[in-house]
Design a binder for this molecule. Structure first.
Ligand code: ADP
Ligand code: MG
Length: 660
């Protein structure tokens, strides 16, 4: 019992086994105690009963002595009457009473059999009674035979016998003995009754104690149960809190991980963007540099070509060696001119003159050229899907691009192999490498060396080449890249070392009905004016200015020259005679297209010819919309052709002039 306390339960210190053993021992002790008390109660009850029985016995003995005394007295009284009267009835009474007395004596003997002191007294009483019987019986016998006097005498003698006193004394002794015994026995009875009562009280107290203990145990158990319950609830709450904490930690961890991943992704994106920006800036710088050099170079070439052209014309009649030198100088200038064109194109400084082009027809038209360029040991195959969509692209540059791809393939195949050019429609879905949409794809496949991963990664880089110095410029693929991107398309390389390469150009499908530009050129025969034109020539570079003026004069035109747009506008507003406005594009102060726009406001009927060397930022193809463009450097013949075309455009634009 003592082992159970709420505190002990709270602490949970006593092991369950120990508690169980303690409980069993306590229960056994209680049961033992109970048994002992119950036994005591039973025993003391039995003792009390025995005492009561003995008390009763003493009473019986005492009553019996009285009865015996009374019986003797009645017998003697009857005998007295009998000896006097000799009445038989009284004689019978005497005999009956005496018999009763003897029966009572036997009873007394039986009752006192287990008490030696009394037994001895009763034995002596018996002997005395026998003596007395004989004394009385003699008197009775005389009365029986009617000898009254003898009988009275015998009776009188018997009355004087000491036995009378002895009987009385013995009976008194027996009674006194028994009374004493009764006193003792009553005492014992009272004592054992008290003891039994005490034990009963103890039992009641114990019962009450057990009830109290049971109540206490019940309360303790309830308290323990509620303690356990609250402990359980506490543990559960703790568990819940731990779970919540764990969840929160997991959540935070996940958020952190996500944030980290996002940061990493952002960092990667930024790195990529920076790399792209760096690349773009590099390209830009290289482009500007290239464009700038090409521009100056072009202007110089314009002077060289112009000068050479003039010299050739002057020496045309004389069949002198000078002509041949001039021819080879001219050829060199032409080649230099082709190079600067490529440089300008790379720098995206050259304006694109896009048009609706059928790529399959364009490729078909190039087969002869390709065959000749690639040599006999390379087989050229072209194929195309049906109804290939038209595309919006600068035709001249597309041809150049395909030629460049073919030359790259030839180099990779070392002059021997097979070149396939396939043209077909491709509809790209979402999620592909190329932006979703409809494309005409030109795929150029060779059986050459293929590219390593490193080469493929850098192939579009300007000036990147794996070819020996003097053979490669590294401008081929970068230029093609610029072209497809400017046309809203894309380019893809598939290549494996030793297995060959496929380079695919994707050009967006062009809806022919919309935005198509008519470029049909009327025959030169319809040219108005028959030759001499009044030309206003605007050119800021004095050397080019001089060369161009010479060329125009050579063609038989009248030339007014000036070095800026402002001067030209002043002349126009001054109302000079004018058929053709021929202007450079990039000039300080006012660009060619700006000049033309303002000139048209004053003289809408004037024909326009742009001469471009370097177009740069102002070089949007739309700025030249509807006007003829002549690329520097040019020959006198090219200049004449361009002037004819410009005049023809003007005729179509303003029919009134043609009628005049
Ligand atoms: P270039 O031809 O002047 O070297 P390009 O820009 O045309 O410059 O090509 C760059 C590089 O790409 C080449 O030097 C070559 O290493 C690689 N390349 C281009 N086309 C092919 C091809 N068809 N097969 C193998 N490598 C090629
Ligand atoms: Mg090349």
């Amino acid at each position: 019992m003592a082992t159970f306390s709420p505190a002990a339960i709270d602490k949970g210190l006593p092991p369950a086994l120990l508690r169980l053993a303690a409980a069993v021992i306590a229960a056994l002790a209680v049961v033992g105690l109970l048994l002992a008390v119950v036994t005591m109660v039973a025993r003391s009850n039995a003792e009390r009963d025995l005492a009561l029985k003995r008390e009763q016995h003493s009473y019986d003995v005492m009553v019996l002595t009285r009865s015996l005394d009374a019986s003797i007295a009645r017998a003697e009284a009857a005998l007295g009457r009998y000896v006097v009267s000799s009445d038989r009835r009284t004689g019978t009474i005497f005999y009956d009473e005496w018999r009763r007395a003897k029966a009572q004596l036997r009873q007394l003997r039986d009752l006192t059999a287990d008490e030696p002191e009394q037994t001895a007294l009763v034995g002596r009483l018996g002997t005395v009674l026998d003596d007395r019987e004989r004394e009385l019986a003699a008197a009775a016998a005389f009365a029986n035979v009617r000898k009254g006097w003898y009988a009275v005498g015998m009776f009188g003698k018997a009355g004087e016998s000491p036995n009378v006193g002895r009987i009385t004394t013995l009976l008194s002794e027996i009674a006194a003995n028994e009374r004493e015994r009764l006193g003792q026995r009553s005492q014992a009875t009272i004592f054992s009754g008290e003891r039994a009562n005490n034990f009963s009280t103890l039992l009641s107290v114990l019962g009450l104690g057990m009830v109290a203990a049971a109540l206490l145990l019940g309360w303790l158990a309830a308290a323990a149960a509620s303690g356990r319950r609250s402990a359980d609830a506490l543990a559960e709450a703790e568990g819940d809190r731990a779970t919540a904490l764990e969840t929160a930690v997991a959540e935070r961890t996940r958020e952190l991980r996500e944030a980290n991943a996002q940061l990493k992704e952002e960092a990667e994106t930024r790195a990529r963007a920076e790399a792209q920006l760096a690349q773009a800036q590099k390209m830009e710088a290289v482009g500007q540099l290239t464009g700038g050099i090409a521009h100056d170079f072009n202007n110089m070439l314009a002077v060289v070509v112009g000068g050479l052209d003039m010299a050739r014309r002057k020496f045309a009649q004389k069949s002198d060696e000078t002509g041949q030198y001039l021819e080879s100088a001219m050829e060199g200038a032409d080649r230099a001119s082709a190079l600067t064109r490529r440089l300008l194109s790379f720098a995206r400084a050259e304006p694109l003159l896009p048009d609706s082009v059928h790529p399959d027809r364009l490729v078909q038209g190039m087969t002869d050229l390709l065959d000749r360029t690639l040599g006999e040991r390379i087989a050229v195959h072209t194929s195309s899907g049906s109804r290939v969509w038209p595309i919006w692209v600068d035709r001249h540059q597309l041809e150049n691009a395909i030629l460049n791809l073919a030359v790259n393939a030839r180099d990779a195949m070392e002059g021997e192999g097979r070149l396939d050019i396939d043209v077909r429609n491709i509809s790209v879905g979402a999620g592909e490498e190329v932006v979703a949409g409809d494309y005409a794809r030109i795929a150029v496949t060779d059986t050459g060396s293929g590219m390593s991963e490193a080469v493929r990664a850098r192939a579009f880089e300007p000036f990147f080449t794996t070819k020996p110095a003097g053979k490669g410029t590294g401008l081929g693929l970068s230029q093609i890249f610029g072209l497809v991107r400017q046309s809203g398309g894309d380019i893809r390389i598939e290549s494996e070392l030793g297995r060959g390469t496929t380079i695919s150009l994707y050009f967006p499908r062009h809806a022919t009905a919309a935005g198509r530009r008519e470029r049909t050129i009327p025959p030169i025969a319809t040219l108005p004016g028959g030759g001499t034109l009044d030309v206003l020539m605007v050119e800021d570079d004095s050397r080019v200015h001089a060369a161009t003026r010479a060329a125009l004069t050579e063609l038989g035109h009248r030339v007014t020259g000036c070095a800026s747009g402002q001067e030209a506008l002043a002349l126009l507003e001054g109302g000079i005679r004018l058929d053709l406005l021929m202007t450079d594009v990039m000039m300080p102060g006012m660009t060619g297209p700006e000049l033309v726009a303002r000139a048209h406001a004053v003289r809408p009927d004037v024909a326009v010819l742009f001469v471009t060397g370097y177009v740069g930022e102002a070089g949007q193809a739309d700025d030249f919309a509807g006007h003829e463009v002549l690329r520097k450097p040019f020959t006198i013949a090219a200049l004449g052709g361009a002037i004819d075309k410009a005049m023809a455009r003007q005729v179509r634009a303003t029919p009134g002039v043609a009628a005049a």
